[in-house]
Design a protein around this ligand. Sequence first.
Ligand code: AMP
Length: 138
Amino acid sequence: MTSIFTKIVSGEIPSAKVYEDDLTLAFLDINPASRGHTLVICKPELPSLLDLPPDLLVATTRTTQLVARALMAALEPDGFNILQNNGSAAGQVVFHYHVHIIPRWSGDRVLTPWRPGAASPSDLRDIAALIAAQVGKE
Ligand code: AMP
């Protein structure tokens, strides 16, 4: 099924475009968390971070930085969050890779920080070992 973002890339659906190049597109989120909330997508329809080849990873990261700089200059927020959801459990709704740039103003409470948990040093060591053993294997 064609994603809504692919339809934006093709021009079938309109968007408030901020930046475009061969591999990436940036446009405003239609339901912004804050003023200037921008999405950066890679043009090929790939579902998540796990699916991107290196050239698209580099391209989307470069565009994210470029647009974040422009956004900071244009709207002068106090900061910004980069958010990137992978999978329904993580809140992903559009399964076409995208990065959220969410401008923040002091005290805006747009995103609530997570509640810091606790882990023992041996928990941390065990979990790190599980992950480390898988690095580069997929
Ligand atoms: P996510 O939850 O990370 O998949 O985020 C998807 C985002 O896409 C949401 O913040 C939506 O508001 C946004 N969105 C969905 N449709 C459009 C659209 N036509 N134009 C701009 N943003 C959209």
